[in-house]
Design a protein around this ligand. Structure first.
Ligand code: DHE
Length: 498
């Protein structure tokens, strides 16, 4: 194992407030924290049984919600209610305290990663036969963020097979091993969990960082790469047991460090591709004999989320300013097109299909109610389809004539549009649960049925016939977010995320 600068913590400079602005936590609140919170959230606030409580890890929780969680507890979690134990002023002070940067810089290097490693079942030690009967290629995993669980669903019968607890706040698509037997989950707090779908057991876990973006599994299934916001690292693991192999500090030649926007496997290139959030560079990382080699590509701007053409010849990235997209040739590293996508495109959610003999890609936007459809030969926007509000996720399947896009934000957040991929028109708008967000579709392996999430604690996944667009059933779930079909994922199906 080689660790380069491994014990260094590269802290996001953007995450630190100037010393003058760092309110020194009064010792009374610190003492309250240590007395009531530290046993679950860690004395250093880096998390434990409960999530990390640092400003950046909490960026998705508003302060009044945090205060409410302290006062009333959180249903379906271990978080107790403190209303009877602490007075209202102490509760407010604690909620304030966890949003302040800690006095000492948190570290997560080699020692912390190695210490976090858990190996309940080493690779190859569990039986080779699945403990249930189902088409293993048509399984779905459904991430339920309401109570941090995952449901395994039989995609033929559309019935749950098993439900198991996950780490707190899974985010991004879980990634399957190439044969579909194992799945790797990433949590916002940096945990990677390897799960055996044959034996329904967690086999290995490790914490790669404090604030993680996502993970990728190499095309041959040998390696797992984690992309972090905090610290500024990419971390390489062996995929069998999640043993640490290398920590790559993410910095440019001048020594400036950066958060990583995301990392993906690029199968035809046998590499990983990462984009950096604070340095205008994209990286291609190849691993030879366990050693990662980084090729740095300078980009015209900082990249946020991104997407690839089917041959992985080009990276299509959203500029961090949310006003345009860039197309980068991955062989030359040169920008070959600038896409006019002013509404903050969510390119990570892009899909492609054949339209009039050419390949087009489509992306929703976070800020505007629009889907942009782009010719992938000329890189021209051939259509901007107006939707009823900004969207998050887009999905289709090679065998389906329709693409689905949600309206995630605004007054129409309960609506989902169905687009005809050949006329490029919206042909139907569904509102399956008025008032509740309906979002994120995933098709079964055949493209015949699909699942849509009702994003609510009292939610469901709805099964639709992909052709008639008729609802077939609702399976109750606790705030289901993403769904991931084994076949579609391991075959890099054109209508789904990779
Ligand atoms: Fe995500 C995927 C970034 C907020 C649910 N999201 C991704 C990926 C990235 C990303 C880079 C691709 C990783 C992968 O699959 O390997 N997400 C971001 C953001 O930058 C953003 C806007 C702000 C943030 O808080 O980080 C963001 N994402 C959200 C949410 O608020 C969502 C709706 C709820 C949640 O769980 O946090 C959310 N993101 C998802 C889901 C995926 C995802 C369900 C996987 C989609 C898929 O089908 O593959």
């Amino acid at each position: 194992m080689m660790i380069r600068k491994a014990t260094l913590l590269i802290l996001a400079t953007s995450l630190l407030l100037p010393a003058s602005l760092q309110a020194s936590p009064d010792s009374g609140t610190e003492a309250l924290y240590q007395q009531h919170c530290a046993s679950c959230h860690g004395s250093d606030r880096l998390g434990g049984m409960g999530p990390a409580v640092l400003p950046d890890n909490l960026s998705r929780l508003k302060k009044p919600q945090a205060e409410d969680a302290i006062r009333n507890g959180r249903p379906a979690t271990q978080m107790p209610a403190f209303a009877d134990i602490l007075d209202p002023e102490s509760i407010t002070a604690l909620a304030e305290y966890i949003y302040r940067p800690p006095a000492t810089t948190p570290t997560w290097g080699q020692a912390e990663i190695l210490d976090s490693h858990l190996l309940p079942h080493s690779h190859g030690s569990l039986p080779e036969e699945p403990v249930y009967e189902a088409d293993l290629m048509n399984l779905f995993l459904v991430v339920e963020i309401g109570d941090h669980h995952v449901t395994l669903l039989d995609g033929d019968r559309m019935e749950p097979i098993h439900r198991f607890p996950s780490r707190y706040a899974l985010h991004g698509g879980p990634k399957y091993s190439p044969d579909g037997r194992y799945v790797y989950f990433g949590s916002r707090d940096g945990w990677i969990t390897k799960y055996d779908l044959y034996n329904l057991e967690v086999t290995a876990e490790v914490r790669a960082g404090i604030n993680m973006r996502n993970i990728a599994v190499s095309a041959d299934g040998s390696y797992v790469m984690a992309a972090n916001y905090l610290p500024h690292t990419l971390v390489l693991f062996d995929a069998d047991n999640l043993e640490l192999m290398d920590i790559i500090p993410v910095e440019n030649d001048a020594g400036d460090s950066s958060r990583v926007s995301a990392v993906y496997a690029a199968p035809p290139r046998d590499s990983f591709i990462a984009a950096l959030k604070d340095i205008p560079e994209a990286w291609e990382i190849t691993v030879e004999d366990g050693q990662p080699n980084v090729r740095q590509m300078q980009t015209d701007t900082w990249l946020d989320d991104f997407f690839f053409d089917p041959g992985y010849d080009h990276l299509i990235g959203a500029a961090r300013d949310g006003k345009h997209g860039l197309v980068i040739n991955l062989d030359t590293g040169k920008t070959v097109a600038d896409l006019p996508l002013p509404g903050m495109p969510h390119l990570g959610s892009g899909i492609t299909w054949e339209y009039q003999g050419k390949r087009v890609m489509a992306t929703p936007h976070f800020r505007t109610g629009a889907v942009s459809i782009i010719d992938m030969d000329t890189w021209e926007v051939i259509k901007t389809l107006e939707t009823e509000g900004p969207g998050f996720f887009m999905r289709s399947h090679e065998n389906s004539r329709y693409a689905w896009v949600d309206v995630f934000f605004g007054p129409n957040k309960d609506k989902v549009h169905v687009i005809d991929k050949q006329t490029l028109e919206i042909v139907k708008t569904l509102q399956p649960a008025p008032g509740k967000v309906a979002a994120h579709v995933e098709f079964d392996r055949y493209g015949e049925k699909l699942l849509l999430s009702i994003w609510d604690n009292d939610g469901a996944v709805i099964v639709y016939d992909a052709d008639t667009l008729k609802e077939e059933k609702r399976i109750p779930m606790n705030k289901p977010s993403g769904k991931y079909n084994v076949w579609n994922k391991i075959n890099y199906e054109e209508g789904t995320s990779h």
